[in-house]
Design a protein around this ligand. Structure first.
Ligand code: SF4
Length: 116
């Protein structure tokens, strides 16, 4: 059994997900089907969008970045460790790919701001 708060919309329903002996997941507390889908994903393959910063070799500011798709929660620390070794260089535009296909997840790490 897992209790969680649905983060799909601002309502924030309190969900309980139960997996029976046949592996069937039953979700309660959800006010709409999206909550059930969210809870099932949280039990089977939780994912998160990674937000972080990377160094810019030619500026005194850090570059904020994020994954352009959610990645498995189990890989977040490993991905952050990779980003701590990345050196990007300005100019950078929002959406520029800083790391392609991080850890083979299919998600790219992209810039979230412009740095001239
Ligand atoms: S279950 Fe539906 S209504 Fe409730 S927080 Fe999730 S998305 Fe919103």
């Amino acid at each position: 059994m897992a209790d969680m708060t649905c983060i799909i919309c601002p309502v924030g329903c309190s969900l309980t997900a139960l997996k029976d002996e046949n592996g069937v997941i039953k979700v309660t507390g959800n006010a709409c089907p999206r909550g059930a889908k969210y809870a099932e994903a949280e039990l089977t393959n939780p994912v998160r969008t990674l937000t972080d910063i990377v160094k810019l070799t030619n500026r005194d500011v850090m570059l904020s970045v994020k994954s352009n798709a959610p990645i498995p929660k189990s890989l977040l620390l490993e991905a952050a460790a990779i980003l701590s070794t990345v050196n990007a260089a300005a100019p950078v535009k929002t959406g520029d790919v800083i790391v392609k296909d991080i850890l083979g997840t299919g998600a790219d790490i992209v810039a979230t701001k412009d740095v001239d």
